[in-house]
Design a protein around this ligand. Structure first.
Ligand code: SAH
Ligand code: SF4
Ligand code: F3S
Length: 459
């Protein structure tokens, strides 16, 4: 059984669990920030917690059912706690909360708080209201601007690599996706707020920042001098912050990859040569059915332009197999696109219907066995490409940002510009620094290397 260490005396224990995208991880940290002034300190296990928040994701199949079975387990902890005369506030946050709302408290009446992603700044008030009334409190409104205005400044340090949400929501309405419904319309945080948060993160030790947004390259934040900045301009300003060595951003939509952003990859050394650029399918028919707004040829042309600007750029992507109407020829087109691009990394999924999305009601569903086979084919190809990419680094010397101790004593763990994890023998004093590393072995999932002699890399 997990033994939960007590929080600092007088503190209440907060157990937070996140599923889904990096934005949920970021949001969980912000919820902990909001609750800190109320005396809540994070703990690592749900047993004995004073408050539990489940930060849910709605992108995968059966998300709602999985939530209810998790809640069933937590109910027992809550009852045990109450039997001892204690209390446990149970809250459901995130995209399932947004999608299901009051349905959650109807099916699980022991849940105290249901809050959508735009309501996190209201948590303290909701905790008080739930305690006062003894009834469940549900908040699933959409005013994103408010959330950022009312959230306190980032307080808990994230470490050497940090995330910063700059944009939320999506207006693209891809046929299969719940995000426009759970996160609402697109909203970009003002430039000044982003720069201030970045400076704070760097002050806390961050050397690499990943800018987050469901459609991060659609960023158009209000500038102090009037007008709006796009992502490229924002990256330029961030790159000026002393101590901020590396910049990344995710997730991008091919349609919003403009000339200025491509040029940023060429001109700004801090912008890492790695880009997650979901394509979803290589078939124009399926891309149209998905409402992606571009063809396979346009995606490939974009990749060529990016690689012309930054020849060492590595690409990552998302693929969905078995979207309604996908034929064998469509699947072959996806395989052909993957072969042509050669991805360094990728995520691939079987299409699964999300209630309320256009594709969920579409005809010509692909049967499970076919989806399974297509997924296996796509994954085998992507796995080979990743292994090939990693192997191509063997024998090279590359800059590695050291992020923490490795698994074994005397070992450091770090990451390359292309996001691969690297294990290197070395002193812990290097954590936070970037140093040249000679890659001894490029394994399929990680790299092994050693600190390069200075003279080796002087050239
Ligand atoms: N904003 C990002 C995607 C966020 S969702 C973008 O535009 O690409 C992350 C990934 O989950 C998607 O890229 C897609 O590949 C996958 N996904 C989303 N909904 C899905 C569904 N209903 N079935 C299968 N995969 C899905
Ligand atoms: Fe979903 Fe499409 Fe928006 Fe990405 S662009 S979040 S896949 S609707
Ligand atoms: Fe999931 Fe919501 Fe992120 S559905 S992927 S947690 S935006």
């Amino acid at each position: 059984m997990t033994e939960n260490p007590p929080p600092p005396s007088g503190k209440k224990r907060l157990f937070l669990r996140s599923w889904g995208c990096q934005m949920n991880v970021y949001d969980s940290a912000r919820m902990a920030d909001v609750l800190a002034p109320l005396g809540y300190a994070p703990v690592d296990a749900p047993e004995g917690a004073d408050m539990i928040i489940l930060n849910t994701c709605h992108i995968r199949e059966k998300a709602t059912e999985k939530l209810f079975s998790e809640l069933g387990r937590l109910r027992q902890l809550k009852q045990a706690r109450e039997a001892e005369g204690g209390e446990m506030v149970l809250a459901v946050a995130g995209c399932v909360a947004q999608a299901e709302g009051a349905e959650i408290t109807a099916r699980a009446p022991y849940v105290d708080i249901v809050l959508g992603p735009q309501s996190y700044h209201k948590l303290p008030e909701m905790v008080a209201r739930a305690a006062r009334t003894g009834r469940a409190v549900v908040e699933t409104d959409f005013p994103v601007e408010e959330k950022f205005d009312f959230l306190p400044e980032v307080s808990a340090p994230q470490g050497i690599t940090a995330f910063l949400t700059i944009q939320e929501g999506c207006d693209k309405f891809c046929s299969f996706c719940v995000v426009p419904y759970t996160r609402g319309a697109e909203y970009s945080r003002p430039v000044a707020a982003v720069l201030a948060e970045a400076r704070k993160l760097v002050g806390q030790g961050a050397r690499e920042i990943t800018l987050l947004g469901q459609n991060v390259n659609a960023y158009h934040g209000a500038a102090e001098e009037g007008g709006e900045w796009g992502l490229a301009q924002l990256l330029r300003a961030l790159a000026e912050i002393p101590g901020l060595d590396r910049l990344r951003y995710t997730t991008s939509h091919p349609r919003d990859m403009d000339e200025a952003l491509i040029a940023a990859h060429r001109d700004i050394p801090a912008v890492m040569p790695f880009l997650h650029l979901p394509v979803q399918s290589g078939s124009d028919r399926v891309l149209a059915a998905m409402n992606r707004g571009h063809t396979a040829k346009e995606y490939l042309a974009l990749v060529d332009r990016l690689r012309a600007a930054r020849p060492d750029l590595a690409l990552s992507t998302d693929i969905i197999v078995g979207h309604p109407g996908e034929t064998e020829a469509d699947h072959e087109a996806t395989m052909a696109l993957i072969r042509r691009v050669k991805f360094a990394q990728a995520f691939s999924f079987k299409y699964s219907p999300r209630p309320g999305t256009p594709a969920a009601g579409a005809p010509h569903r692909v049967d499970e066995a076919t989806k399974d086979r297509r997924l296996q084919e796509v994954q085998a190809l992507l796995r080979d490409q990743q292994a090939e990419f990693n192997a191509s680094l063997t024998g090279r010397t590359v800059p590695v940002l050291f992020t923490g101790p490795g698994r074994q004593a005397g070992q450091l763990s770090g990451r390359t510009p292309w996001l691969q994890p690297v294990h290197v023998p070395g002193s812990l004093s290097l954590i936070g620094a970037t140093a040249p590393v000679f890659i001894r072995a490029g394994n399929p999932n990680s790299l092994a290397g050693e600190l390069a002699q200075q003279e080796k890399t002087a050239a």
